[in-house]
Structure formats: C-alpha cells, structure tokens
Design a binder for this molecule. Structure first.
Ligand SMILES: Cc1cc2nc3c(=O)[nH]c(=O)nc-3n(C[C@H](O)[C@H](O)[C@H](O)COP(=O)(O)O)c2cc1C
Length: 214
C-alpha cells in the first residue's frame, strides 16, 4: 500500500505523540519524494558553524532491509518499517565549508568577506582538531538531525524508532560505508501496526539545576 499523509499536526501534539514504534505495517510504502521531503525538512536542524555534517543512507529495498535484520540483532522493525534511514556524521565534513558559505553569499545572507573569514576559521579550527573532538561534533549534530527527522516524520503522520542496537562493524561492511562516515544511529520509519508503548520521564526537578551545580 502506498500512502501519502497530508495532515499537519500542532507542534505540541507531535512532541507528545512521538513514541518509539517497533511494530510496523509492512504493506505501507513511502514514496521517494515523501522521504526526500522529510529529509529536506529535517536538514533545517542547526549544526556547528552550519557545516551540516549529517549524511544519510536510505534503505527501502526489501532485500536490503532483510540483509540488515541480523546486523540489527533481529529487531523486526527494520524489515517491517517502510524505510530505515542510517544517519552518519561525515568526519571530513569541513571540506564542504567553501561550498556552503558560497551558497550563503549567493543567497545574499553573507558577504564575501565574512565567507573568507568563515572558511579560514574552518581550516584553522575543525581541520586540525583531534579525532575525539571531531567525533563529538558530528555526534552532536547527528543527534540534532535525528531528533528533527523523527519529529518531522510524526508531524506527517509517520512513526519512527531510533536504533543504536546494531553491529556497526558488520553494518559498515555489508553496506560498504566509507571509512570517514561515523555511525550515529539507524531510524526505522513507517506506519505503526501497533502503537509505541508509553514511557516515563524523570521529573524536571530530578534533572535540572538552577544557576549552580554542586
Ligand atoms: C540512541 C538511541 C538508541 C536506541 N536504540 C534502540 C534500539 O536499538 N531498539 C529499540 O527498540 N529502541 C531503541 N531506542 C529507543 C528507546 O528505547 C526509546 O527512545 C526510549 O525507551 C523512550 O521511549 P520513546 O522513544 O517512546 O519516548 C533507542 C533510542 C535512542 C535515543
């Protein structure tokens, strides 16, 4: 079954109604166009120096989802969901700086002088960072894009589950992932066959300090 959901939901409804869904209707297909729309809106997420280190591999062919199943420890959602989106952080993301800032100049959002300054900052900063700091940046930005993707999907009437439960080494090998792509997570995306179960949260009091942490 092919589906296109037009309904638009209020932001707070989206936030409250997003739950991790692990049972999907396997007959639901989401068109390439709609997946692209979801990704496009997700990419409005913020990123360090607007360098957008996120990269995606959309897995929506059934045979490939089945190939992923054992790698994802037999979590059935990877075959029943319409697509699994693998989110990566490109460890060489700063190479796109020149292109991104040139687009900003072209759009009239940035002067050529600021662009030169930004490119120099990227070259002096990110390029020479140690691996651990680079990884931290792509994981932060990768988390932001992943959250935004899940909320956009929910706003469009779809369900998701973020997944860290997979064998990264086997995944990289099976899907021929370039060495400079750092795995962030997989996101299964589709239409729920069974709603996600309710979960609890620590209270704000339990997780918040005001002005000082002792
Ligand atoms: C980084 C990350 C990895 C996760 N990995 C898995 C996973 O491999 N399989 C799974 O079923 N759920 C996974 N989850 C979903 C969490 O269990 C879920 O978000 C949490 O229980 C809260 O439930 P909720 O998303 O419905 O609010 C993961 C969540 C995150 C953020």
């Amino acid at each position: 079954m092919s589906t296109s959901v037009d309904q638009k939901q209020d932001f707070f409804t989206v936030v409250h109604e997003r739950h991790s869904v692990r049972y999907y209707d396997p007959s639901v297909q989401i068109s390439k166009q709609e997946l692209e729309d979801i990704l496009q809106e997700a990419t409005l997420a913020p990123s360090s120096s607007n360098l957008q280190p996120w990269r995606f591999l959309v897995i929506d062919e059934q045979a490939l989802k089945e190939k992923l199943l054992p790698i994802a420890y037999n979590q059935q959602q990877v075959v029943d969901a319409s697509a699994v989106i693998a989110v990566f952080g490109d460890m060489e993301w700063f190479n796109e700086g020149e292109k991104i800032y040139a687009k900003s100049v072209e759009a009239g959002y940035m002067s050529e002088a600021v662009k030169q300054q930004m490119v120099a900052t990227v070259d002096n900063g990110y390029r020479n960072m140690d691996e651990a700091r680079k990884k931290k940046i792509v994981h932060i930005d990768g988390g932001l894009i992943s959250m935004q993707l899940m909320l956009v999907a929910r706003a469009k009437g779809y369900d998701t589950v973020p997944m860290g439960g997979y064998d990264v080494a086997k995944f990289n090998e099976a899907f021929e992932i370039p060495a400079h792509y750092e795995n962030i997570m997989l996101i299964a995306l589709g239409k729920a066959a069974k709603p996600g179960h309710a979960t609890v949260r620590l209270s704000v009091d339990e997780v918040t300090h005001w002005n000082t942490i002792k």
